[in-house]
Design a protein around this ligand. Structure first.
Ligand code: SF4
Length: 270
């Protein structure tokens, strides 16, 4: 065990009114976690962290600790605050792989989470714990969103996101990468670009029965966009079929001879 981490934990005064905890936006139970860690109850400390915040391991690396927990630690007034981030990182990193996330029995309801960024991952875990069947859709090929594509690897090693991916799958969360949500003009452009760039399958999901993303796009996009899409390559021979299943319809456009497919899935909500 890292000596530095133990020394830092021993410096904590276990304040009755912990300013560190109050300054944390999600009120991480810092003194309780440190107390459990000092008693060598690492699992208990890890459970406290992840119960409060499923992204604990990531927050321990990328949070603005200087202005939050550590910046408000009472020892900061005397010069050196407790290095809370190191303790949190050690505990969460050590506990993460052996963590068993307790999930309630399946309630038969399905939830689609759009975006595999930190918010998407967090809500997916919370819903899976409540028994929902969760699928995360993301337009990129890897999970993490800004954590994957915005924060440099020296601040946040990408292997952590791979570990999160395994953990999500472990509790039955499905991940659908390379999927565009929306059916407006922008989504159609993105879909066509993806196909031109070599993607073999592109799927667009929409919550209405027409291919328009919002009220701002009230044009009859379904027809002209589909036509424009189909005619975007003269050598492509197109075939279009549509079938409606109660409130759910599927329009599939298959482009030959490349075996490339654009799938449009419509769902009426509300
Ligand atoms: S404010 Fe500092 S000393 Fe007090 S409980 Fe928090 S980390 Fe420990």
């Amino acid at each position: 065990m890292a000596v530095h981490v133990i020394n830092e934990a021993n410096r904590c005064l276990n304040c009755k009114k912990p300013m560190c905890m109050q300054a944390c936006p999600i009120h991480t139970p810092i003194p309780m976690m440190i107390k459990a860690f000092k008693k060598e109850n690492l699992n208990e400390a890890g459970e406290m962290l992840f119960e409060n915040n499923p992204m604990s391991m990531i927050c321990s690396l990328v949070c603005n600790h200087e202005n939050q927990c550590e910046g408000h630690c009472v020892l900061d007034r005397k010069g050196e605050p407790v290095h809370i981030s190191s303790i949190e990182n050690y505990v969460s990193d050590t506990y993460f792989d052996k963590m068993q996330i307790p999930c309630q029995p399946k309630n038969g309801k399905k939830v689609a989470v759009i975006g595999a960024g930190p918010a998407g991952i967090t809500i997916a875990i919370l819903l899976a714990k409540k028994g929902y069947g969760v699928t995360i859709f993301d337009s990129r090929d890897k999970i993490g969103g800004v954590l994957q594509y915005g924060i440099p690897a020296f601040s946040l090693p990408k292997s952590i996101l791979e570990r999160y991916k395994l953990k999500l799958r472990e509790i039955g969360i499905k991940i659908r990468p390379n999927t565009i949500i929306g059916m407006g003009n922008s989504a159609m452009d993105v879909a066509r670009t993806a196909l031109r760039k070599g993607s073999r399958h592109v799927t667009l999901y929409a919550r209405g029965l027409t291919s328009q993303a919002s009220d701002h796009e009230k044009l009859p996009t379904q027809s002209w966009m589909a036509r424009s899409w189909l005619s975007s390559g003269s050598r492509w021979k197109s075939m279009m079929t549509a079938r409606y299943l109660r409130r759910f319809s599927l329009m599939r456009m298959a482009i030959r001879p490349e075996w490339i497919r654009l799938r449009c899935r419509f769902r009426q909500i509300g």
